[in-house]
Ligand binder design. Structure first.
Ligand code: SP5
Ligand code: ZN
Length: 341
């Protein structure tokens, strides 16, 4: 299994996030990728730089105005006389909805963001674009015949919707990988999201489509981020009705409950008979994660990988969350090694 990794990820650094009423150092930090890189190298996987892709590749799943905002946001912030990380402080919540994009940078930022925990710094665009290229490269390897590939994406992507960023995510790497596989002739593509948090962005992108199945196992949004999506009754709309499936679990869930939900999710994926699979691989389900409340132990991640291999479908793994930084590499490599058998 080849690994796509770019050192440009480190350009996304230096911000703070709003967490429980305080600005704290970001949980989503560059050293995460360093630990993963070391672990996949220890596992003997070959690490390669991503290929470049035209900017238009992003527009297969994202809105053009949104992409342009991300590309130019920090320069506009600096032009307005500001320095350092940028966070929004006002959003078009229900009572303010009229779908107008303000010209000023603060209003524009609030328009495109959905939380105040996803700072943009000067290097964010370079890092997010490199992560997108890692996902597209891993998908390209699989399209060219590899049985599996791993995109070591940072920043992560599954919270990023067609035209909204948040949850430490800017560009939806997994959605880009899935769309690339579709564009390369894979007729049916399934996305299985095993991150602790619901993949609201991926769900948004494929909500009305029947060619890409979205299945997510995550902590209940009643108490857990992203709060407003990820309930079991969300199943897609229009042509996409029945092609989104959510498996929320309570806080405190252990491998026993998780494995049961994974079995149900894999039944749905298997019933779809996909030509390719994209796994949104967050390991914030780990018991030591600082912002999450599942109880998976390190020994359970290889078991997860083994179960995924049972689908016997070409598979692209895309890195999402995981904030217990010293264990993140071991847990990610555990899934990949379990998958390889
Ligand atoms: C990609 C990804 O995993 N994004 C996660 C974004 C979560 N951001 C907000 C988390 C709020 C956590 N609050 C619970 C604190 C428990 N100590
Ligand atoms: Zn997460």
């Amino acid at each position: 299994m080849k690994v796509a990794h770019s050192p440009l990820h480190a350009r996304h650094d230096g911000g703070k996030e709003l967490h429980r009423g305080e600005l704290v150092p970001c949980f989503e930090m560059p050293v995460r990728a360093d630990y993963i890189l070391a672990a996949v190298r220890r596992a003997g996987l070959e690490v390669l730089e991503p290929r470049p892709f035209p900017l238009e590749s992003l527009l297969r799943v994202h809105d053009a105005g949104f992409v342009e905002f991300l590309r130019t946001a920090h320069a506009e912030w600096r032009a307005a006389g500001k320095a350092g990380f940028m966070l929004p402080s006002g959003f078009p919540a229900r009572a303010l909805r009229r779908d107008h994009i303000p010209s000023g940078i603060n209003g524009k930022m609030g328009y495109y963001a959905f939380d105040a925990s996803t700072p943009i710094v000067e290097g964010t665009w370079d890092a997010a674009l490199a992560a997108a290229h890692c996902a597209l490269t891993a998908a390209a390897w699989v399209a060219e015949g590899d049985k599996s590939a791993y995109a070591l994406c940072r920043p992560p992507g599954h919270h990023a919707a067609r035209s909204v960023y948040g949850g430490y995510c800017f560009l939806n790497n997994a959605a880009l990988a899935a769309q690339h596989l579709r564009d390369q002739g894979f007729g049916r593509v399934a996305v299985l999201d095993v991150d602790y948090h619901h993949g609201n962005g991926t769900q948004d992108i494929f909500w009305e489509r029947s060619d890409v199945l979205f299945v997510s196992i995550h902590a209940t949004p009643e108490t857990e981020y992203p709060y407003f999506l990820g309930y079991a009754d969300e199943r897609g709309e229009g042509a996409g009705e029945g092609y989104t499936r959510n498996f929320p679990l309570p806080r405190g869930s252990t491998w026993k409950e998780y494995d049961t939900a994974l079995g149900a999710a894999l039944d749905v994926v298997g019933g779809f008979a996909p030509d390719a699979l994209v796994v949104s691989l967050g390991v914030d389900t780990y018991e030591g994660d600082p912002i999450s409340a599942f109880k998976l132990a390190t020994e359970h991640f290889p078991l997860m990988g083994r179960r995924l291999a049972g689908l016997k479908v070409p598979t692209v793994f895309v890195q999402e969350g995981g904030y217990a930084v010293e264990e993140i590499g071991t847990n990610v490599a555990g899934v990949l090694e379990g998958f390889l058998g």
